[in-house]
Every structure is written in C-alpha cells, then in structure tokens.
Design a protein around this ligand. Structure first.
Ligand SMILES: [Mg+2]
Length: 166
C-alpha cells in the first residue's frame, strides 16, 4: 500500500464538486487510491451525495423559474394568496381522484386513473413552486432542507410521531 499518496480531492476540486461546477469524473489513479484507502472511499460517497443534492437543488430552482413563466393571476409577484388557494384546491383534486378509485373501481388503480392523478400532482407542483416564489423562497432550498430534516429525524429515530420540532 502506498502511504505517501496525495489527497484524492484537493481544496479546489472539492469546492468545484460541492458547487456543482464539475462532475466527479475519476481517473484510473483516483480509482486505485479509492480502492486502497477506505477514508477516500467514504469521502467519495459523501461527495456523490453532495453532488446529487446540488443537482436536485439546481433542477428544482430551474423548474420554479419555468413554472413562473406561466403564472397568470392578479398581481403576480405580490400575491401569495392566489397560489396558496390553488395549492389547496389542487391537493383536493388529487384526493378526489383517489376517492373515485375507491367508489368506482374497488380501490384498484388503473392506467387512466394513474394518468389523471399524475396530472393533478403536476398542478400541485406548479402551485407549490409559485407559492414558494411569492414568498421569496427557493424551491431547491426548501427541498434540501426538508430532506435534511427527515434524515436527521431518521438518524435520531423520530420519523414517527407528531410535532413540527421533533
Ligand atoms: Mg387540477
């Protein structure tokens, strides 16, 4: 084993990876180091997670901007009430579609119902994005903070139960 190896990720490369400016492409030499040094392997796993999270962050912010291009309601940009009401309404439409599966199809989800639910979930997503925009919030930040909150609860064994601050 080579004990005089240089770190796999120097500070510049680490920063570029964390900010999503480069994909974690690994050379053969990198792969050798990873195979030899468990600590490098753990670091790579953590970087892969960071990279995946930065992709989620950027993708959701891009979606939020795109959703905003089709906003057409009174006082867009200073009207949080409209998209909030829309969000509640569309969530109700999802529930109604699921309810009708119980009533008409003995609770069995068919392709038509699946497509109808997908369409309503899309409407929910649009209103979530637009409600966030009206509050000056980043959809990517919201998603990552939520993932972090749930991962923390999972780590502490408090996923089940109730209360916002558990
Ligand atoms: Mg709808």
């Amino acid at each position: 084993m080579n004990n005089t190896h240089t770190p796999l990720f120097d500070a510049d490369r680490l920063a570029a990876l964390r900010h999503g400016r480069m994909t974690p492409v690994l050379s053969d030499d990198d792969m050798l180091k990873i195979a030899e040094f468990p600590r490098e392997r753990a670091k790579l796993d953590s970087l892969r997670l960071d990279y995946a999270l930065s992709e989620i962050d950027a993708g959701l912010d891009a979606y939020q901007r795109r959703a905003g291009l089709t906003a057409a309601y009174p006082n867009v940009g200073s009207n949080v009430v409209y998209p909030t009401l829309g969000l509640a309404g569309e969530a109700g439409e999802v529930a109604n579609k699921v309810k009708k599966i119980q009533r008409d199809f003995d609770g069995v989800l068919n392709d038509a119902a699946r497509r109808a639910i997908a369409s309503e979930l899309g409407d929910v997503m649009w209103y979530v994005a637009q409600t966030a925009s009206e509050c000056g919030l980043s959809l990517g930040d919201i998603a990552l903070e939520n993932l972090a909150k749930l991962a923390d609860r999972q780590a502490r064994g408090t996923l089940r139960g109730s209360g916002d601050d558990r």
